[in-house]
Design a protein around this ligand. Sequence first.
Ligand SMILES: *Cc1c(COP(=O)(O)O)cnc(C)c1O
Length: 416
Amino acid sequence: MTTASTALDERAARSDADDELAPLAERFLLPADVVYLDGNSLGPLPAAVPAALADVVTRQWGTDLIGSWNANGWWEAPLRVGDGIGRLIGAAPGRTVAGDSTSVQLFTALSAATALRPGRRLLVTDPGHFPTDRYLAEAVARRQDLEVRRIPPPGLEEFLATEGEWVVAVSYSPVDFRTGELYDMAALTEATHRAGALAVWDLCHAAGAMPLHLDALDVDFAVGCGYKFLNGGPGAPAYLYAADRHHARLETPLTGWNGHANPFGMDREYTPAPGIARARIGTPPILSLLALEAALTAFDGVDLARVRAKSLSLTAFFLDCASELLAPLGVEAVTPFDPARRGSHVALRHPHAHGLTRALAQRGVIIDMRAPDLLRFGVNALYTTHRDLLTAAHRLRDILRATAYDPTPPPTGPVT
Ligand SMILES: *Cc1c(COP(=O)(O)O)cnc(C)c1O
């Protein structure tokens, strides 16, 4: 081994030996021969889920049948699971509801924000925002006669200084889904509020990976998905957070019967339920919702400050692996080295990102790529080790050295 490799090897061994969170890996069922670095796209299977789901299907559905809506707490599940997520995002009970997809919840949040700021006409979004967030800002703007302004987070203050009085809401993500850059939620929320606008955060790449403080930061609305760092399974329900102060005037665009004040009264007219319950829409997907609830037990007793500290240790280590082992082979680190500006994945740039991602998968290292040239390595402190990351770097180095990958550009098709 080279000196660089030996030093990295020793560092991995030391960091993993000192890792107090290491036992948490037992809360996940991961194949032994796989290094899984794509939990920021689809979290792995938590060990608690198969038995919980089997109980929901066999006993609750199979035996208790429709009585389960009461007897097994199905009806309250969206609010109960919402409160469970609330614990991870700094939200007191009664402010978060689980259900639907992030896309639907964004539509709800942006529409509700618009109703709270009549007379204003601009929606601010990030040009680098996840596509669905950009599309939905456009969709809400079209329906409400607003205009979308695409302002990168570092330019927000300057933009608000001139146009702030017209802004309804600023819709950002704390972590850039491509580069892994972390933005300052507190500063951006404060700047938004100084302009009298509402802060709408998409927590998909942050919730479960770091402590969040929605209540303390006075965030207005937040949304996020259940299947990334929350490990709720493919297509797991998303969630919506709304600050208490907005509940009484919260106008949701999709006024389904589950959000009615008296849902079983089957009234002629819609009367919204008090509190966050009015953001419920239709009958919730109970199997998925209860799988997510079981998945959240992986966080029981876990201090998110420690999760964040380990995540930073992992990403710092991987950035060092990249600069020592991969930079000489033409791989460029895109994610900031400054820990205050780094989320929980590392993006590396290479023109053959697609072929490299596939070659890594054939060698048991699962990552993903974002077109055209970014390789994404997601870490989750609940189960990722420093050793995993060194293995990934070594395998990528070997593939690059041997040019053992297909240089054909990616086909267009579903991205993961
Ligand atoms: C993953 C992700 C989504 C996904 O939206 P769905 O409606 O769940 O498909 C949305 N926004 C961001 C920022 C994401 O990272």
